[in-house]
Design a protein around this ligand. Structure first.
Ligand SMILES: *Cc1c(COP(=O)(O)O)cnc(C)c1O
Length: 363
């Protein structure tokens, strides 16, 4: 049994048809010139969606978490300070991974459901100017909150790098790596990019590449060492590091092709429209949207369930009778809320209509 679900959770989303079709292409060797050309063209497409000219831009093997670990492990050395914005589950995850690579962590908190205060992050950095990096989640998938990144461009004039998680934002809302002064940024392919999971797009600024080159100790992870990945995919000659999957990269390449053919502004507009429609309709069904108005993501809506609805039971009916997956709540919404994604290929009116027409029979 292998069902065909409508995936309206926090990811994965249903991939674009072009990305699915590409999965059946013949496998290429991981050092085949055709494969390396495919990687190079994928990287070029990624530069466009990231809004960057960074030379070191790669599809890293692994899911979004691999991108997070590759950036933190490559940029931080044991004992260095990382300042992390925390207003949800994925901010907490950044702290956890930074500690595991040996960094000291200073969290700058905002309540779940509210955005981070960029001034508080900049203040923390000016009180600790030797901090190696400030790390922030752009789209907090646990709450549906959009954090403001542009003011953090001020970090460009300091010795502290800016690391950004765009796992849920890339391909759904504008991301401007170069104009926001972002030094390292990772994403995932199964959310708004509309491809299967298994690849983490990563981009790193030239100044962050120099920091990696000038490390005192080698990166603690061989697999996630961005300098070795650079030497593999972009070295002359390319140097074997691991057996990257041509199947997944082909699929991501095709998904990005579809996205860029539609055009980034049109894709963002499509996400904005369906998100607005869903968030306007949910209260009519007794749901309460969790994120503070004015700071809501269109592609991910966390909402408290109407009183009397049993979370796990309602999600089971939705899955088994309607073939629709939504996500469980996290943090303050555990057991009392849902996370509904309208990402990539699923950012369509028909997905909203299908979900809304199922709700009355659940509630
Ligand atoms: C999903 C997600 C991750 C983790 O990505 P995986 O692909 O599940 O490893 C990290 N950060 C954010 C904001 C996410 O939404």
């Amino acid at each position: 049994m292998h069902s065909d679900r409508l995936l309206l959770g926090p990811g994965p989303s249903n991939p674009y048809p072009e990305a699915v079709e590409a999965l059946s292409r013949p496998v290429l060797g991981h050092l085949d010139p055709e494969f390396l050309a495919l990687v190079a063209d994928t990287a070029q497409r990624l530069r466009t969606v990231f809004g960057t000219r960074n030379r070191l831009t790669l599809p890293v093997s692994g899911t979004g978490s691999a991108g997070m670990e590759a950036c933190l492990a490559s940029l931080l050395e044991p004992g260095e300070l990382a300042i992390v914005g925390v207003n949800g589950y994925f901010g907490e995850r950044l702290c956890e991974v930074a500690r595991r690579v040996g960094a000291r962590v200073q969290a700058v908190h905002a309540p779940w459901g509210r955005p981070l205060d960029p001034e508080a992050l900049l203040d923390a950095q000016s009180r600790a100017p030797s901090a190696r990096l400030v790390a922030v989640v752009h789209a907090e998938t646990s709450t549906g909150v959009r954090n403001q990144i542009a003011p953090l461009a001020a970090l460009r004039d300091t010795d502290t790098l800016l690391l950004l998680d765009t796992v849920t934002s890339l391909g759904g809302i504008p991301v401007e790596v170069d104009s926001w002064g972002v030094d390292a940024c990772y994403s995932a392919t199964q959310k708004c990019l509309g491809a299967p999971s298994g690849v983490a797009p990563v981009t790193v600024s030239d100044r962050a590449v120099r920091r990696i080159r000038d490390r005192e100790r080698p990166v603690c992870s061989f697999y996630q060492d961005l300098s070795l990945l650079d030497a593999y995919y972009q070295g002359d000659p390319p140097r074997y590091h691991h057996t990257a999957s041509s199947t997944l990269i082909s699929s991501v390449h095709a998904g990005l092709g579809r996205l860029l053919e539609e055009g980034l502004p049109a894709v963002w507009e499509r996400h904005a429209r369906v998100g607005e429609r869903l968030q306007a309709a949910l209260p009519e069904h007794g749901f309460e949207v969790f994120a503070e108005p004015g700071h809501r993501l269109p592609q991910l809506t966390a909402a408290r369930l109407p009183a009397g609805v049993v979370d796990a039971e309602a999600r089971k009916v939705l899955r088994e009778h309607f073939g629709i997956e939504v996500g469980a709540g996290l943090g303050p919404l555990t057991g009392t809320g849902w996370r509904i994604g309208l990402m990539g290929h699923n950012a369509q009116n028909r997905a909203v209509t299908t979900l809304l027409s199922a709700l009355p029979s659940l509630l």
